[in-house]
Design a protein around this ligand. Sequence first.
Ligand SMILES: Cc1cc2nc3c(=O)[nH]c(=O)nc-3n(C[C@H](O)[C@H](O)[C@H](O)COP(=O)(O)OP(=O)(O)OC[C@H]3O[C@@H](n4cnc5c(N)ncnc54)[C@H](O)[C@@H]3O)c2cc1C
Length: 259
Amino acid sequence: MNVLIVFAHPDPRSLNAALRDAAVAELEAQGHTVRVSDLYAMNWKTTVDHADFPSLGEGERLKVAAASGAAFAADALTDDVKAEQEKLLWADTLILQFPLWWFTMPAILKGWVDRVYAYGLAYGVGEHSDRRWGDRYGEGRFAGKRAMLVVTTGGWAEHYAPRGINGPIDDLLFPINHGILHYPGYDVLPPFVAYRVDRFDEAGFTRAAEGLRERMRTLETTAPIPFRRQNGGDYAIPSLELRPELEAPGASGFALHRT
Ligand SMILES: Cc1cc2nc3c(=O)[nH]c(=O)nc-3n(C[C@H](O)[C@H](O)[C@H](O)COP(=O)(O)OP(=O)(O)OC[C@H]3O[C@@H](n4cnc5c(N)ncnc54)[C@H](O)[C@@H]3O)c2cc1C
């Protein structure tokens, strides 16, 4: 299997880097081929702007989705973006690894998503009609591939439990798991989260690294999060509301979108 790890931590001596190295070694030991996009090491350009669309005239108004679609169709995106898109198409499994910063991914990784997920690749795909609303949420360019988050947090597991003050971890990661990964088609595996890492001792690191190795060993067999498919009949089109009869008693918010 081909595995792409998109890695967002500024320090090569960090805990995240050590966990990444453990994951890469385990994947390679299992016979997988691994590529890593180390965004800080690559000096990844984080913001979307005019420079991303070289064929756009100077002074021409930038409408990002339209420019993205035209440049993607014409193979006219910048080389750094095209290289990442080639890796995405190559990979059977995508892993996004990052420390939780302000309840989400570091800006550099969000900037990777903003720039690499072009219109025509990750969105704006498929038929829009009274039966279908594009190829999204379980369908799309990355359907049939797997994806997974590897996350470290300063907060304790309890802080991210269903009644924890930070909010449940599945809710916090929903916009990434559902909105960034399931949206363009990935089957999304439950995340690997290492909690309370800032004071990790050697034993804490060993436990976390072993947990991550185990997740790497089971990458091909772990059941994905059972997100509903958009065009499978669960949602009314075009309102895209879940059909009320499918609602589990007491369920609301993000939980509605899992079977
Ligand atoms: C801007 C910002 C926002 C943040 N927001 C949040 C938030 O919203 N929620 C939250 O919960 N946390 C938050 N944090 C905390 C953050 O998630 C953690 O600091 C981060 O996950 C730690 O990962 P790291 O790779 O930077 O760890 P490091 O600082 O590199 O390492 C952490 C500890 O692990 C140990 N260690 C590292 N490498 C090894 C090794 N190879 N072997 C053994 N032990 C090792 C060391 O003891 C070290 O002190 C935030 C931090 C910042 C800077």
